[in-house]
Design a binder for this molecule. Structure first.
Ligand code: PCA
Length: 323
């Protein structure tokens, strides 16, 4: 018996010695479901941190707003209720206009443009978070945004009077400029909002169209590629400072890798999820030239309003975006 137990115990001790006795567990609330690339990317990030730190930091992902509702996540990380979290950047548009910038139609409409926009605005985002005791880890985009409607949209006027979902102050403003009526609805509530008639239309990515089964409530997807919004992952700066230096380095390395991987995932999602909309019976179509130019004109109004709210920094960012 002793001979059998010996290797077992030795093995157990060996595996225990790999896990530091100072192991830290971080609960991480995220707003979106497991089917989105954001959540999948964050799970890979958490696995990489665990691996790089030999289990010294264990990030437990609570997806789909299961631990904390989306509008509460920012405050929860600030207060230290949780050490780390993810949010949609546009959600903080009322805190600081810098967060509105990637919800403006046709300010940028390609991943390259979105990437430039991120490089240009990142320092201001980092500074804004820093002032709140937060540290930015990484940011990943959604696929470009398009219109989900019950009937085909030929002209911008077809959106007049429609009850449209909004997911940020900026998209509410867009709905107003389209003379539609905006209602804020979080992603988990999209199906219910359609089925109870609270909304008739939404602007979002093919990713969210698929995860909310848009074909159950709408029939047309206008692939307008109007803007490319982002999510961001941040930590409570005090919680981060409490980590041993080697763990801090591992987190930052995994964050850099997650950002690069996430951008690639978003590009791939654009095609696969748009195809899935079509496969489920939705008509996927391109905007007319008139629709695109009318929407761009509204985007110009929004860009001007935004620059004014930002002050001199706004003009500087807009000029840095020009090729
Ligand atoms: N999906 C999220 C944000 C942008 C997107 O594509 C949503 O619809 O709330």
């Amino acid at each position: 018996m002793r001979n059998v137990m010996k290797p077992l115990i030795a093995g157990l001790l060996a595996s225990l010695s790999c896990v530091s006795i100072t192991a830290t567990k971080w609960d991480m609330p995220t707003p979106y479901g497991d089917g989105t690339h954001h959540t999948q990317n964050i799970r890979e990030f958490a696995a990489e941190v665990a691996e790089k730190t030999n289990g010294e930091l264990n990030i437990v992902v609570h997806s789909g707003a299961s631990l904390i509702k989306h509008p509460e996540i920012h405050r929860a990380v600030r207060s230290g209720q949780v050490p780390i979290g993810e949010i949609f950047m546009g959600l903080l548009g009322n805190d600081n206009p810098i967060y509105q910038v990637d919800n403006i139609p046709f300010l940028v409409s390609s991943f390259d443009g979105a990437h430039t926009l991120w490089q240009v605005t990142r320092p201001a985002v980092e500074k804004s978070l820093q002032k709140q005791g937060l540290k930015l880890l990484f940011s990943v985009p959604w696929p470009p945004q398009g219109f989900y409607t019950k009937t085909r949209i030929e002209d911008i006027g077809d959106l007049k009077g429609i009850k449209m979902r909004a997911y940020s102050a900026t998209t509410s403003r867009l709905a107003e400029l389209l003379e539609a009526s905006p209602t804020t609805v979080q992603t988990p509530e999209i199906p219910q909002a359609f089925s109870t008639g609270i909304i008739d239309a939404m602007i979002t990515s093919p990713t969210t169209g698929v995860s909310s089964q848009a074909w159950d409530y709408t029939a047309y997807y206008l692939d307008s590629q109007a803007w490319i919004p982002k999510n961001m992952v941040f930590v409570n700066a005090r919680a981060f400072a409490r980590l041993p230096e080697s763990v801090q380095t591992a987190v930052m390395e995994a964050a850099t890798a997650a950002e690069a991987r996430g951008w690639k995932m978003a590009k791939a999602e654009t095609d696969t999820k748009t195809a899935e909309l079509a496969k489920n019976g939705m008509t996927v179509y391109q905007p007319s030239a008139k629709f695109a130019s009318d929407l761009a004109a509204i985007g110009q109004i929004m860009a001007n309003e935004w620059a004014q709210e930002m002050g001199p920094k706004g003009q500087q960012i807009l000029s840095e975006l020009k090729p």
